[in-house]
Design a protein around this ligand. Structure first.
Ligand SMILES: Cc1cc2nc3c(=O)[nH]c(=O)nc-3n(C[C@H](O)[C@H](O)[C@H](O)COP(=O)(O)OP(=O)(O)OC[C@H]3O[C@@H](n4cnc5c(N)ncnc54)[C@H](O)[C@@H]3O)c2cc1C
Length: 471
């Protein structure tokens, strides 16, 4: 995808003034080194790097506020940065400016076991948080697959979800409250810890999914869950993707409370088999997780086994053994890296769409036919319990014809999802890669309301400009 047209630039004088002021505030926690800037201008996707002018590493909400105020004074853009694992050009500094890397705001402030919630600084990574919770009988449910370096702030800002969503919800359901630095440097708290509230506009939900365009999130309060008494996992392979998806749909419609239900097509399984050296069938595969009591998980597994058998599912393999479960899921988590390794010299284009579950089988089947006709070595992965799936395509970004072919394929995928009352992105967000699809999904009027909200909070369009809506 080509970069959007430039939307104004910073004057050299403004850039110089901001760098001098921020150096006084942060010392060596402000970097203008080329390597640091390059690393912060690119996410985990094929989107080209657009480096910021400088990168700041704050220690506190107060420091974030000072940085944002300084930038606002000189009309210099601000791009918040978490783990850099997003996939739609989210962190590209399209107008330059200062990147605020939240990595050093990584304290877990409190875990309230009695209330099943926790408050963390926005730079806490998913991996760090899970390790902290591991021995306390609690867990944080949102799991964006292999992206363990994603931060709680970044996950909030992209309204992330992932493998556990079918049972536990997305960041939308799991974020209780936020501390946010607004575009003018004011600090707000969006809510208390109460599980519900009717007190005014829901500012928490406004910032969940705002992709750094409305403010910098500095603290996140999230729901936790108790580790279930029993957990088990299963895999099953199918003759076709459609049969696997029908199994997923019937499982949901039968009310089986699966905790995770993931799909990979044969292309993914072939790559994973080579990469992980595992003896896996090269066929469309479902992975499932069951949480509950010992008897409950066995019952759930048996119910899904029967549903899968009716769809010609083969080799249904089920285990409550923790090591066996870990090995089963490793294959799923390796998928992205296996695809990368299989096509050296390429970047992986990952796109996602989500449709109501009853429309999933025909949406994926049509997509498979489209992929086959395109001749591109694409693969399908999905959190199919939510109606969400990804198409991953290895791409040579320097080959314009290849890029154009993938763009056309992506456009067809999005239109297919929208035609089925779905969305152009179930969980990756808009960044600048999907800006054009936002109007197609919501209509001009709704997008103009989004733009009005953006400009009400950020009248000079300084917060991550060029993302979600072009203001
Ligand atoms: C292998 C792989 C698998 C993935 N699987 C999934 C998946 O299953 N589900 C899923 O949802 N996503 C998935 N992703 C995408 C990605 O992990 C998510 O988008 C993640 O939530 C981004 O978090 P981050 O900390 O890396 O944010 P970044 O990439 O650093 O930033 C993302 C956006 O959030 C903004 N932002 C970051 N921090 C803040 C903050 N503190 N305040 C305000 N704005 C902020 C940035 O400006 C940017 O717009 C995957 C990515 C990879 C590479």
């Amino acid at each position: 995808m080509s970069l959007p047209a430039p939307i104004g630039s910073i004057t050299p004088a403004a850039r110089e003034a901001v760098v001098v002021s921020l150096q006084q505030l942060l010392g060596d926690r402000l970097s203008s080194a080329a390597a640091v800037r390059e690393r912060h201008g690119k996410d985990a996707s094929y989107h080209p790097c657009v480096p910021p002018d400088a990168v700041a590493f704050p220690h506190s909400t107060q420091e974030v506020s000072e940085i944002v105020k300084t930038c606002a004074r000189h009309r210099v853009p601000v791009v918040p940065f978490g783990g850099g694992t997003s996939l739609e050009g989210h962190v590209a500094a399209l107008r330059g400016g200062v990147c605020i890397d939240m990595a050093r705001m990584n304290r877990i402030l409190r875990v309230n076991a009695d209330d099943l919630d926790a408050t963390v600084e926005a730079g806490v990574t998913l991996q760090q948080f899970n390790e902290h919770l591991r021995d306390g009988g609690l867990f944080f449910s949102v799991d964006p697959g292999a992206a363990a370096q994603a931060t709680l702030g970044g996950m909030t800002a992209t309204r992330a979800s992932g493998t556990n969503t079918v049972r536990y919800g997305t960041m939308r359901e799991n974020v209780l409250a936020l501390t946010v630095v607004l575009a003018d440097g004011r600090i707000i708290h969006t809510a208390r810890r109460a599980r519900k509230s009717s007190a005014g506009y829901d500012l928490t939900r406004l910032f969940v999914g705002s992709e750094g365009t409305l403010g910098v999130i500095t603290e996140v309060t999230v729901r936790l869950f108790g580790v279930p008494a029993a957990m088990s996992s299963a895999t099953c392979s199918f003759p076709t993707v459609a049969a696997a998806v029908r199994t997923a749909i019937r499982t949901i419609q039968a009310g089986v409370p699966v905790a995770r239900m993931e799909l990979a097509n044969a292309a993914v399984m072939e790559a994973v088999k080579q990469y992980s050296k595992l003896d896996l069938p090269v066929a469309p595969t479902l992975w499932l997780d069951f949480h509950g009591t010992k008897a409950g998980v066995a019952e759930q597994a048996e119910a899904v086994r029967k549903i899968a058998a009716a769809q010609d599912g083969a080799g249904f393999c089920w285990t409550p053994d923790p090591e066996g479960r870990r090995r089963m899921w490793q294959a799923r988590y390796d998928a992205f890296y296996a695809l990368q390794a299989r096509y050296p010299g390429t970047e992986i284009w990952v796109t996602d769409a989500c449709v109501p579950i009853s429309r999933l089988a025909d949406c994926i089947t049509e997509t498979e036919e489209d992929l086959a006709a395109s001749g591109l070595p694409a693969a399908i992965l999905g959190h199919v319990g939510d109606g969400n799936f990804h198409v991953t395509i290895p791409l040579h970004p320097a080959e314009p014809q290849e890029v154009a072919a993938v763009e056309r394929l992506n456009g067809r995928l999005v239109r297919r999802a929208l035609a089925r009352e779905g969305t152009c992105t179930g969980e990756h967000g808009i960044g600048y890669g999907k800006v054009e699809f936002l109007v197609a999904e919501h209509g001009e009027e709704a997008v103009s309301v989004m733009r009005a909200l953006k400009l009400a909070l950020d009248p000079d369009n300084l917060m991550n400009p060029g993302k979600i809506v072009r203001a």
